[in-house]
Write a protein that binds this ligand. Structure first.
Ligand code: BGC
Length: 420
């Protein structure tokens, strides 16, 4: 049986986001937007989530049990700065305790400073549409990073500005519910500037830190490879979704249609890929090839696209380390998650410039507009009573981390059993 081996400098872990797991915070935009119960698929809000804020120790104990080596977590801006200019030492202490607990367990932490949610006061002022938004963001980042000096050396400034801006300002499906191309571009420009300011602030405080970006990357494919329109549209999608923010956040280069301003610099120490799927492009729309397997949300399961995206990013930034800051799937019955892991990890095992793999996600959590209905967790979570249990895919992940290889026998052992 062929063994797929993993290098020792490739570390395995999971990624989460504060809004999706912590529960209890009513000061951020996601709670504000969903509180009336008619915005998410199941009417849920982020209020209970995984009650991680109160139960982080038990959750981290379970991470340790799974042999996880690294953990990507985020800090909730609205907890740290609940009202403009007033910073909460208590909330900061809580995060410090949590990070110390992780460190005691030997789990290395990467901190994300913004993951889709804003304090309500900041949003009321205009959020990332505001010209001064980079100053507000940098002030919060400065506070956090000064407190984490000596504890954390790896940071991600802003998670997936492309998804955030498109969903909130172009498709009108999240929070701001706007459908405006110019608002979307404006927010992307300000998020770029915010990232650059944050990058400088973090390096100023912790000079040997590693600061990067995490972008959602989609493998776009022309539906008909001989059709010139499909090919042009695919080029356009790739440019707008994958490349725009990579170059602007990475080098301060505002390529069209974002703008033409060009600042010189290098504003990332690693590039974080969040990869989930591929799409066919046809007549301005994204489609799923009927021959692909799909997950519970109808997203194509396309490990070949992972390979394409890794190569694309490596070609764009050949001298940079790549982290897989997110990769995972929605699989309530856990009937294909282990296979998804196997196929995607097989791809990344070929590349020695990939240093981290953060699976999305640890336990089922508040999945934005899908609410509590979507199950991305290695761990199954019961929202009614707060209990949880390991899925088979978690046991598969646990074993491969310990052995530093996987093979088809191992995969078979964990496949196919329903957990409901
Ligand atoms: C986001 C996560 C989200 C995941 C699954 C990513 O785009 O960063 O917050 O839960 O996708 O939809």
């Amino acid at each position: 049986m062929e063994k797929i081996k993993f290098r020792n400098d490739l570390l395995f872990g999971v990624a989460t986001a504060s809004t999706q797991i912590e529960g209890g915070d009513t000061n951020h935009t996601w709670y504000d937007w969903t509180k009336d119960g008619n915005k998410t698929k199941d009417g849920s809000t982020s209020l209970r989530a995984n009650s991680h804020w109160n139960n982080y120790k038990a959750h981290i104990d379970l991470m340790k049990e799974l042999n996880l080596e690294i953990y990507r977590m985020s800090i909730e801006w609205s907890r740290i700065e609940p009202t403009e200019g007033c910073f909460s030492d208590e909330a900061m202490e809580h995060y410090i305790d949590e990070i110390n607990y992780l460190k005691d367990k030997g789990i290395k932490v990467l901190v994300t400073l913004h993951h889709f949610s804003n304090p309500i006061w900041f949003e009321k002022k205009g959020g990332f549409k505001l010209k001064d938004s980079p100053l507000y963001f940098a002030r919060y980042v400065d506070f956090v990073v000064r407190h984490l000096n000596g504890l954390v050396s790896e940071f991600c400034t802003i998670n997936e500005p492309n998804i955030y801006a498109i969903n909130c300002f172009l498709y009108g499906e999240w929070l701001n519910e706007e459908k405006s191309f110019s608002s979307c571009m404006r927010v992307l420009r300000n998020m770029t500037r915010s990232h650059i300011e944050a990058y400088k602030v973090i390096h100023n405080v912790i000079s040997d830190s590693k600061v990067g970006i995490a972008l959602n990357m989609n493998n776009f494919i022309p539906k008909n490879k001989k059709n010139l329109f499909d090919k042009i549209e695919t080029w356009f999608f790739d440019r707008c979704f994958n490349k725009l923010m990579s170059y602007s956040m990475g080098y301060g280069k505002y390529i069209l249609p974002l703008g033409i301003k060009c600042k010189k610099g290098v504003f990332f120490d690693y590039f974080g890929i969040n990869y989930y799927t591929s799409n066919l492009v046809h007549k301005g729309k994204l489609e799923v090839d009927p021959s692909w397997d799909t997950n519970n949300l109808g997203w194509g399961i396309t490990p070949f696209g992972f390979d394409k995206i890794i190569n694309k990013v490596h070609k764009m930034f050949p001298d940079k380390e790549i982290y897989i800051t997110e990769n995972g799937t929605c699989d309530k019955d856990d009937s294909f998650r282990a296979k998804y892991l196997y196929d995607h990890l097989e791809v990344l095992s070929k590349y020695d410039f990939i240093k981290r793999y953060y699976h999305w996600t640890f336990m089922d959590n508040f999945e934005w507009k899908e609410g509590e209905s979507a199950c991305f967790g290695l761990v199954k979570y019961n929202y009614e009573d707060g209990t949880y249990e390991l899925r088979n895919s978690a046991l598969f992940y646990k074993e491969l981390i310990k052995k530093r290889y996987m093979d088809l026998d191992m995969l078979k052992k964990y496949m196919g059993e329903k957990d409901d």
